[in-house]
Design a protein around this ligand. Structure first.
Ligand code: TGC
Ligand code: FAD
Length: 389
């Protein structure tokens, strides 16, 4: 595999702090040295390379942005760059880290009791424990407010019943953050996965995000103590507050996948000859490279400003929606175009582009589909909801 050369056409490097560059470079190197040699087998066989979790923890990237104990407290831009570099490797790798940090540790940190934090945050940060986030249900994806999973009170606490679907990390976790209705209101529960009545059968056969574990969560009379309830989250705003964090990471992450595609097709075009000339000497091939690099550069700049707004504490969920929507759309188009530019080699496992392309179909869908973000933004711009219902 040729050495990765990250595109940076507008000298975004020059806009980063030394610390941000150091964090990014460390993760970039780790992905090249430790992850890339494993990714093709993991993708082909359909598993997440769990043996790398301690190394991810060692780099401080699991919930490393949270202000807790001795965590490294990565700033928003450093955190975003981590996501970008991880997804340059594979969306499944970034998904693992996103879910652990933004969807499990974040709700525990933001909405949990001191006991939740002390029990789970250190273990999740060190990779000793793995978590998942259960919001989507078989019949409620874009409209999580319609969820049917239910908690009822009993003398000792709660009894939880219901099913979740498409849950990243589900079958390999120690703890699940499960969203359920209690007296008609959405609440979050911290559920150790060895609780009787809880199971997480894996959903096999995906054609996308294959180097990531995806599972159902089934809860049949799961008995939970009173202390399982996240005290600080009431209503749909609870899970959506977590999604703001994860969508932020996705906006950065998918640009990493697009950067990987650009690097691959540029090097390929320079090295492969047809009609007696390198592919990269043809105008059509050059136009595609220009289109790709332009979209990447725009997304990189958008992300950087998004990160600076987050740093300043002024970022809105709508800005995050726009960045997630735009970056996923562009990255998928870049990967589809890149696959074409590689000809037949574009379908071979030794090239990265088709794997990124297949992954990005999931990334465009999860955390709010492209069209759902269109509606979120449309409502914000006009003040009129087009969601229906
Ligand atoms: P709506 O009326 O818009 O909102 C209901 C309540 O929620 C509040 N809210 C937010 N709070 C914080 N952040 C946001 N982004 C928020 N958006 C809305 C809102 O203020 C309201 O609060 P309150 O107090 O007035 O009740 O709700 P709606 O029923 O119209 O639904 C629209 C909505 C927002 C749910 C829909 O647009 C949406 O986002 N659907 C997408 C669902 C989704 O993203 N699911 C993701 C599941 S997790 C996942 O995919 C993980 S993959 C991870 C990986 O592998 O990397
Ligand atoms: P639907 O909501 O059924 O939508 C189907 C289509 O209809 C889409 O094109 C959508 O845009 C469109 N649509 C829906 N409503 C409207 C409307 N009002 N107007 C116009 N068009 C509309 N969820 C979790 O909770 N935790 C996870 O860890 C997780 N990981 C995932 C991992 C993978 C690999 C995948 C693929 C999904 C994951 N999800 C997870 C689920 C994901 O968030 C949902 O798939 C997503 O929110 C979309 O829901 P849905 O699949 O039910 O599609």
């Amino acid at each position: 595999m040729a050495k990765y050369e990250a595109p940076d056409f507008f000298d975004i490097d020059g806009l980063l702090t030394e610390e941000e560059r150091m964090v990014r470079d460390a993760v970039r190197e780790w992905v090249s040295d430790r992850f890339m040699p494993r990714v093709e087998e993991a993708y082909r066989e359909g598993f997440f390379p769990k043996e790398l979790i301690p190394e991810l923890a060692e780099m401080g990237v699991l919930g490393g942005n949270l202000d807790y104990a001795d965590f490294p407290r990565l700033g928003p831009v450093a955190y975003g760059l981590v996501m970008q570099e991880l997804e340059r490797g594979d969306s499944g790798l970034r998904s693992f880290v996103s879910v652990q940090g933004a969807l499990v540790m974040y709700p525990i940190w933001r909405y949990g009791s001191d006991e939740h934090k002390a029990t789970w945050l250190p273990k999740l940060h060190s990779g000793e424990a793995v978590g998942c986030f259960g919001l989507t249900e078989p019949d409620h994806g874009s409209d999580p407010g319609g969820m049917e999973t239910k908690a009822v009170r009993d003398a000792d606490g709660f009894i939880l019943n219901g099913a979740k679907m498409w849950i990243t990390n589900g079958g390999m976790t120690d703890v699940a953050v499960v969203w359920a209705k209690l007296d008609g209101e959405i609440r979050g529960f911290v559920v150790p996965t060895d609780t009787p009545g809880f199971s997480a059968p894996e959903q096999r056969g995906k054609h996308s995000l294959r180097a990531s574990v995806t599972s159902e969560l089934i809860m049949q009379d799961v008995r939970l103590p009173e202390s399982a309830l996240l005290p600080g989250a009431k209503g749909l705003g609870g899970p959506l507050g977590c999604l703001n964090q994860a969508r932020y990471g996705i906006a950065w992450g998918v640009v990493g996948a697009a950067m990987s595609v650009y690097d691959e097709v540029r090097q390929y075009g320079l090295g492969r000859t047809q009609f007696g000339r390198p592919l990269a000497s043809f105008q059509l091939y050059q136009a595609k490279l220009v289109e790709t690099l332009s979209e990447i550069t725009k997304a990189q700049l958008l992300n950087l400003q998004l990160g600076r707004l987050k740093e300043a504490g002024t970022v809105t969920p709508f800005q995050v929606s726009m960045a997630k929507r735009n970056a996923c759309h562009d990255a998928l188009e870049i990967a589809r175009r890149g696959r074409d530019m590689l000809g037949a080699n574009g379908v071979a496992g030794e090239y990265q582009t088709m794997r990124h392309m297949c992954n990005l179909e999931s990334v465009k869908t999860y955390e709010g589909t492209h069209d759902i973000h269109t509606l979120i933004l449309g409502r914000q711009i006009t003040g009129i909801s087009a969601f229906g219902g």
